[in-house]
Design a protein. Structure first.
Lengths: 297, 297
């Protein structure tokens, strides 16, 4: 799927909603728990109820792996079901993978060949080797972690880099023989996540790389848009984690929308009784309605 | 398993060898390919042939996921087989996981409850939230990526951080109101991987955290030992990737060995005929013999 395919799907559905399928066996309604494939049966009902409001779905592999090989089987079944339900859906594996080249090739095979995902979330820590194997697949995407929605994103993602300097006083800025900056006034380092985005933008293009940027610090979306105006952002953290659609749209939207806003728990666990799918549909409809306002222009 | 349990196992076997089970369906001998569980059957023969020379095994999840749910089943079977074969073996999931807290909890369940791994490799990018759920399990370990063996480790892992300064001229060193360093002489930033190790050392202890440090830049092991003297290092990159046992031992060993040196392809694909397991045993024996020299004192 290309950038424009995704944009057209957003315009057609008047929504940039991604439904996160963080399907936890402990949290699904009791009436499903004794079925042979409880996670899949839950997902199937959620998908049927919400597909008219969503352009993307994002199963989180952690929840399927927690159920062992049977969980992995239900992940496969979920992708198959999504693909048949609506071929325009963008299906993201929230897998946070990333390894040396020959291992990343195997992960790419797992998620793009054995399963028909459109995209996979990847950790950039190990650098280019760990991302490139995923970009070899035409129409498939790497969703690279940039600034995540969790509190401890500040442990490393926002640390300022010395090799990445804003010169506040150009006249006094100089470099020493190792290439490190020194100044007679002061220096400000740019955060690691900025380096992640700027470097990885050169490894692919707007048709195969998007960035994970959390909704919990929406002003950061605007800062990132300055140096990354055209890429899609996959934005988690709306709902349970505290972010809002309005702020994400205000700070993160570009002229081709450029946003997939993920909501997981607030939609899929909106209800817990026999009507859980209806409750999910209401929440998804509500989110899509709010999103449609920002798509008017 | 504690730090001392691992040390005792190393002393008993006179080896700090970890055999990497990067079991690739395309590379296993043809006579196994038509079996119901070819990856497992291959692993079983490799384990039987090498268990007397190895203290640890490290299945790489990428290779199992590439075979879908059936691959995941064979990963489970491999862990079960290792546990029964020799309860002293240290079993590492080379999974490179890491996500927000509630997802990492599910990964911990997958690898420490559904499967009986002793350790899992984790990417530190998302910070403390993504590591802590694994440290709640007594006797289980997080193997945190620090400086990896691949070329593109330099993309981010070795970038110098501004907030992490060595003061070359203390008299002129000052901090501005944002806490950023400025100096009238010059500043040198410490690399990201150092910050990863120093911060994460405080999240656990030598009994539940080890670090992944590649063998491809062995002098770095000595640099890391200065600020991280007591933790175990899981060292990939020996063999196919170019590192050597002698250099890793020289620069990385501490008084309780403190090393698990992983060899994957050089052992498991030493042969490709009917005698592939014997060929693997020879290579493992050779590695263990070399390691035993460094364990003499």
């Amino acid at each position: 799927m290309t950038y424009l395919d995704l944009y057209n799907s957003i315009i057609k559905k008047r929504s940039f909603l991604c439904v996160g399928l963080d399907t936890d066996f402990a949290q699904i309604p009791d009436q499903l728990k004794n079925l042979e494939f409880p996670l899949f049966e839950f997902n199937k009902r959620i998908i049927d109820a919400t597909a008219m409001y969503a352009v993307a779905y994002k199963p989180n592999t952690a929840f399927y792996e927690a159920e062992g090989a049977l969980g992995w089987r239900q992940l496969e079944m979920t992708v198959d079901y999504l693909r048949k339900k609506d071929p325009s859906l963008f299906i993201i594996a929230d897998a946070k993978r990333g390894d040396i080249g020959n291992s990343s090739e195997k992960y790419a095979k797992a998620f793009f060949e054995k399963m028909d995902f459109d995209a996979i979330t990847l950790s950039p820590y190990m650098g280019k080797d760990s991302i490139m194997p995923f970009l070899k697949y035409p129409g498939k995407w790497a969703a690279v972690l940039a600034l995540t929605s969790n509190v401890s994103a500040d442990d490393f993602e926002t640390l300022p880099l010395l090799g990445h300097i804003q010169m506040l006083d150009d006249l006094s800025a100089m470099y020493n023989s190792e290439g490190f900056f020194y100044s007679t006034t002061e220096t400000v380092g740019f955060p690691l996540f900025k380096s992640v985005i700027e470097k990885s933008m050169r490894w692919g293009n707007i048709n195969n790389i998007m960035y994970v940027v959390g909704a919990t610090r929406p002003q950061k979306l605007a800062e990132i848009r300055i140096f990354c105006p055209n890429h899609f952002f996959l934005v988690p953290g709306v709902g349970s984690q505290g972010g809002t659609i309005a702020e994400v749209a205000k700070y993160g939207m570009n002229k081709h929308c450029g946003l997939l806003v993920n909501i997981s728990r607030d939609i899929i666990y909106a209800g817990n009784g026999k009507d859980f799918a209806d409750a999910a549909a209401s929440k998804a409809a509500e989110a899509a309605k709010e999103m449609s306002i920002f798509l008017k222009d």
